[in-house]
Design a protein around this ligand. Structure first.
Ligand code: ADP
Ligand code: ZN
Ligand code: MG
Length: 647
């Protein structure tokens, strides 16, 4: 329901190469396994029958009366008693109740029997044997029953730790503390700078690292020292991991990479020994690169960390990294690269000279960069002649490398679905829409709901046209997509790196337009504006505490010192309530403006909503045609000056 922000949707991160994990259950899935099992079972039954009843007639169960009769008849040869149970053999076969006859029988003497069985047996000279009714338990049975459960546990434990070890999560036995760093083949580095685009400044900076790794002697001859650690800083999906690998690929050196989060999940004490091992291996393979991905996972500032136990492991690991980095000389030819998207939370100790003292910022690509990245990712994609990658780049401000790769993939999948021989511009248009707006959703909505949504989105779109400085409205739709019931897509004329106050206000007025339209038409509001209100709250808040855009609060920035869970705000109660009041004032002013503008343009609002109900979606030209409003002379985007923009 919100006007889609010009920022990129959360970009994906690169999928990790799948771990090789032995599938222990795999043999159980094959047919051969089951056939073998069946054969073994049958063999077992046959053998046990042969072994225990070979040549022996079966035993029939007879009543005690029958037994006494047989004794009196002198037919019984011998008996063996075990307590009151009697087994024995007879001369001529006896029959049991089912009619089976045999010379072997068994019976049970009632405990109340008062007969003199012994005398009767003696008279007929029957051989009498007896067995201990409570025979001594064999030693192995005793042992098994007392140690068996314990043994089972031990076996289970061994099995699990084997699994853990082979799964690489730092097994309890075996690979205890061994680093899982993957060693890439130095002969055939898979990626090079050719595969990275749009961040040429960064490549130039890293080229020095590459040169050093290729010919360390050359640099040492002139007395220069290389930095030991280079920190790659940038938002997710901008290609930090890719760059690190490309450095190794360019320099043709082994690449030891590990994600810091892997240390964190390890058992206590393992993190530190893994670090030691990682550095030892890399130094043995020098020249080499060590790459620690997502450094913020362990490198968080120890002072700021909330200490509720469990932090010791992190601290030990971090200390070990610091120790190792101090313990070698960059002349050895090992360079540590690390990546993070949260440089602000890193422990200052990591950034001291001799550690990660060089910092390389990886920015989201600009329009030309996006075109170059698209070119890389379409290298192996057959493109129709109408495809213009520069056009696509200009339609996708805010998208980073990972998003663009997804975009190409979506377009290629769409083309394949449509049975095309090449990917066309239409496939790309669909992919862009899907990436920016989410995919369509089938939903049954009542006519009234659709009308409400149409008015809501028309409110956003109309204000996008009316408010000076707003981003142009590219598309408005009431087809449910992703989480939203309707979407108004506004995208900036060009990438923005700096926001003017009137632009921010235009964003807020536009965001409040959906709710204002609902209020104007129906007199009530719905839950549909939740996302819009979030945006408004965020922008108004930042304007006041971060960008000094409230005259009353003044040119101050409180953003870094806002109260965390256990931290003190760096300002007092008076300022706090002033900030709250100013945020409220700005939001309310924007709401008034939105309601006023829509009330003044009620006919255009109705026209837009009805057209939307009829057509589901309208593009930029159609919106202008329906409303008859030409987007006003818009101020050009504020001069883009990198580095001065919002963080
Ligand atoms: P990060 O580590 O910064 O989160 P990644 O390096 O994992 O980002 O990027 C994910 C994928 O996106 C890469 O494997 C690559 O395919 C693509 N990509 C990202 N940035 C670029 C770029 N500048 N040039 C080419 N491809 C890129
Ligand atoms: Zn909305
Ligand atoms: Mg990464």
């Amino acid at each position: 329901m919100a006007p889609a922000p010009p920022q990129a949707p959360a970009p994906g991160t690169a999928p990790k190469p799948p771990e090789k994990r032995p599938d222990l259950l795999a043999p159980m899935r094959t047919l051969r396994f089951w056939v073998m099992l069946a054969i073994l079972l049958v063999a077992n039954i046959v053998i046990s029958n042969l072994a225990f009843s070979a040549g022996q007639p079966p035993t029939v169960t007879i009543s005690y009366n029958t037994f006494l009769d047989q004794v009196d008849a002198g037919n019984v040869v011998s008996i063996t008693s075990t307590g009151e149970a009697i087994t024995g053999t007879v001369k001529s076969p006896v029959k049991d109740s089912s009619g089976t006859s045999s010379t072997r029988f068994q019976t049970q003497r009632p405990t109340f029997a008062n007969d003199d069985l012994e005398t009767a047996l003696r008279q007929h000279s029957v051989t009498m044997n007896a067995k201990d009714p409570n025979p001594p338990v064999p030693l192995w049975v005793t042992l098994l029953s007392s140690f068996g459960p314990a043994l089972l546990f031990v076996l289970l434990f061994l099995y699990l730790s084997r699994r853990a070890a082979s799964a690489g999560a730092g097994g309890i036995l075996g690979s205890f503390g061994q680093s899982r760093a993957r060693l890439y083949n130095p002969e055939r580095p898979s990626v090079t700078f050719e595969d990275v685009a749009g961040i040429d400044e960064v490549k130039a900076e890293l080229q020095e690292v590459v040169d050093f790794l290729r010919e360390p002697q050359k640099y040492q001859r002139l007395g220069g020292t290389m930095p030991k650690g280079v920190l790659l800083v940038g938002p997710p999906g901008t290609g930090k991991t890719l760059l690190a690998r490309a450095v190794a690929g360019e320099a043709k050196v082994p690449f030891f990479s590990i994600a810091a989060s892997e240390f964190v999940e390890a058992i206590v004490g393992v993190g530190a020994s893994r670090v030691r091992d990682l550095f030892a291996k890399a130094r043995a393979a020098a020249p080499a690169i060590i790459f620690i991905d997502e450094l913020d996972a362990i490198g968080r500032s120890r002072a700021a960390a909330v200490r509720i136990g469990g932090n010791d492991e992190q601290e030990q690991t971090l200390n070990q990294i610091l120790t190792e980095m101090d313990g070698f000389d960059s002349r050895e030819g090992v360079i540590v690269l690390a990546a993070t998207n949260r440089p602000d939370v890193l422990d200052p100790a990591l950034l001291r000279p001799g550690r990660f003292d060089r910092r390389v910022t990886v920015q989201p690509p600009d329009r030309r960069g996006r075109a170059a990245i698209l070119r890389i990712h379409t290298r192996n994609v057959p493109l129709a002649p109408d495809v213009n990658l520069d056009d696509i780049a200009s339609q996708t401000p805010g998208l980073v490398g990972a998003d663009l790769r997804n975009l190409v993939n979506e377009a290629a999948l769409g083309a394949a679905r449509n049975g095309g021989a090449a990917v066309t511009m239409a496939d790309f248009a669909e992919a862009i829409e899907k990436t920016l707006l989410g995919s369509e959703r089938k939903l049954m909505l009542s006519e009234l709901d659709r009308e409400r949504i149409a008015y809501h989105e028309s409110g956003h779109a109309l204000l996008g046209l009316l408010v000076p400085g707003a981003d142009p409205v590219k598309k408005v739709t009431i087809v449910p997509r992703g989480q939203a019931l309707g979407v108004t897509l506004q995208s900036p004329v060009d990438d923005r790196f700096n926001y003017a106050e009137d632009y921010l206000r235009a964003r807020m007025v536009g965001a409040l337009g959906g709710r204002a339209a609902e209020r104007l038409i129906y007199g009530v509001v719905t839950t549909g504006a939740e996302n819009d209100l979030q945006q408004v709250t965020r922008i108004a808040h930042e304007m006041v505490v971060r960008w000094g855009m409230s005259p009353k609060v003044g040119p101050l920035n409180f953003a870094d010192g806002e109260a965390g869970m256990f931290q003190q705000r760096p300002y007092g109660e008076a300022t706090a309530s002033l900030i709250d009041a100013e945020i409220r004032r700005i939001a309310e002013e924007c709401q008034e403006e939105a309601e006023k503008l829509l009330a003044e343009h009620r006919p255009q609002l109705d026209a837009l909503a009805h057209s939307l109900l009829k057509n589901d979606s309208l593009d930029e030209a159609e919106i202008i045609e329906v409303t008859g409003i030409k987007p006003g002379a818009r101020e050009p985007a504020a001069p883009a000056l990198r580095g001065t923009g919002p963080r």
